[in-house]
Write a protein that binds this ligand. Sequence first.
Ligand code: SAM
Length: 347
Amino acid sequence: MAASRKLPYFRLPPLPTIGEILKLYNLRAEKQLSQNFLLDLRLTDKIVRQAGNLRNAYVCEVGPGPGGLTRSILGAGAADLLVVEKDTRFIPGLQLLSEAAPGKVRVVHGDILTYRMERGFPSHIARKWEDEPPNLHIIGNLPFSVSTPLIVKWLENVSNQDGPFQLGRTRLTLTFQKEVAERLTASTGSRQRSRLSVMAQYLCTVKSCFTIPGRAFIPKPQVDVGVVHFTPLAESQIQQPFKLVEKVVRNVFQFRRKQCYRGIEMLFPEVRRLELVEVMLRTADVDPTLRPTQLSIPHFRALADAYGQLCAQNPGLAAYDFREELRWKRRARTAGDHNDGVDVDRY
Ligand code: SAM
């Protein structure tokens, strides 16, 4: 058994249990906020162990709620724990915990989607991007409705080395709906391979840690939960702007069961579609009959590079969105205008 399981690095004074905290502050889970709590501290310890060694670490916990995971992070020896909680009802319980661990816990009442976490940590912990990750970890058991948009936002921050990643390759340990966790870690050719798999894996080492059965939560969610660990790569596998990569990947996966050229077509205005798809696939040297799920990260790198080149040669192409073209055509038809072409001058 690992030493960290037997002996916590930091022992909190006797406190009410998480169950008692919920009763004490009359904290019922808000369905609207998709709140599901973990009361079993062995499970929260297990999540925290996935983050690696937290001795003397700086940690940001997102959505601490009644504080089960928070206690485990402290037990693992974190020196400075910043917790960001949106629901005011949890703040008194978290303050109680903060008093029990003097100088270690800072409680922020805020929304993690807008909170500038990087300002909450001293600049001396920053590491150069290519060096080892800083001694800063992000850990959280968030509602599913928040964790997916949040990881997409953080992946963009990884790509730009800003936000929490301006301090270096900050590691993340987060929970997701099991199906999303599977998509994040899905390898080339697997059934779960999706847009999220490519976006996460070209920027990070993504590791599926373990699954928590839904019954472990109070109240029990409809689905099981997957714990996923991310370490940003020292060198991103695709050297193109995040938005460009996102556009290529989104279009390719638009028709996930069809051959990949079908999605690629949607990157180009109808009048030049055949010509530009051919150039893009030839430049990228990608077999147009492969299915999106069969494309590896190097395939996507080649596609993003080829599309980047085409955008540089064809002003206006980067801004092209086929949905706008469809809307434009529909409007033209409604207005009785039977011109089905597109405005060639637009690109
Ligand atoms: N970490 C606790 C646990 O494991 O028992 C609570 C988990 S509960 C699934 C999610 C928590 O995230 C709730 O306390 C909820 O209020 C909080 N939360 C939801 N949206 C948030 C947001 N945008 N920013 C910060 N906290 C949020």
